[in-house]
Write a protein that binds this ligand. Structure first.
Ligand SMILES: [Zn+2]
Length: 131
């Protein structure tokens, strides 16, 4: 999914690149954003049920970051959402790869729940609202 976003998505605008740098992203020019009607859920029924039960993916969610690829639901682009998702990009960069990030992130979601996962708290604390 990440490589699909990277090959079809849109680069960040100049103001968005500044937001990405402000939240710590090393390579903001690598980021691509893909606008989608809804965030993709796993096709596998069991995985899909787990993703929904754990709160990893919920109907109210409007952004999802996979490495340098960001999914945003149509109509929900905002500096706050972009800065939040870019902070996840920073977290991926710190982890080194998607493969290294995902197990840590999933374990936090399983242990603390979505709202209280330290990586989510960190992303919320780095949201930037530009009026
Ligand atoms: Zn988040």
């Amino acid at each position: 999914m990440s490589s699909e976003i990277l090959s079809t998505g849109t680069p960040l605008s100049e103001p968005e690149i500044r937001l990405a740098r402000a939240v710590g992203v090393t390579n903001p020019e690598r980021i691509r954003v893909s606008m989608v009607p809804a965030l993709p859920l796993p096709v596998d029924p069991e995985l899909r049920a787990i993703a929904l039960q754990t709160g990893l993916l919920s109907p109210g969610m409007v952004g999802l970051t996979l490495g340098h690829g960001i999914y945003v639901c149509d109509g929900y682009v905002s500096s706050r959402l972009i800065s939040h998702e870019c902070r996840h990009v920073y977290q991926y960069e710190m982890a080194g790869s998607i493969k290294d990030f995902i197990p840590v992130y999933l374990q936090q979601i399983a242990m603390f729940g979505y709202a209280d996962a330290p990586l989510e708290i960190d992303a919320r604390e780095h949201e930037i609202d530009v009026a």
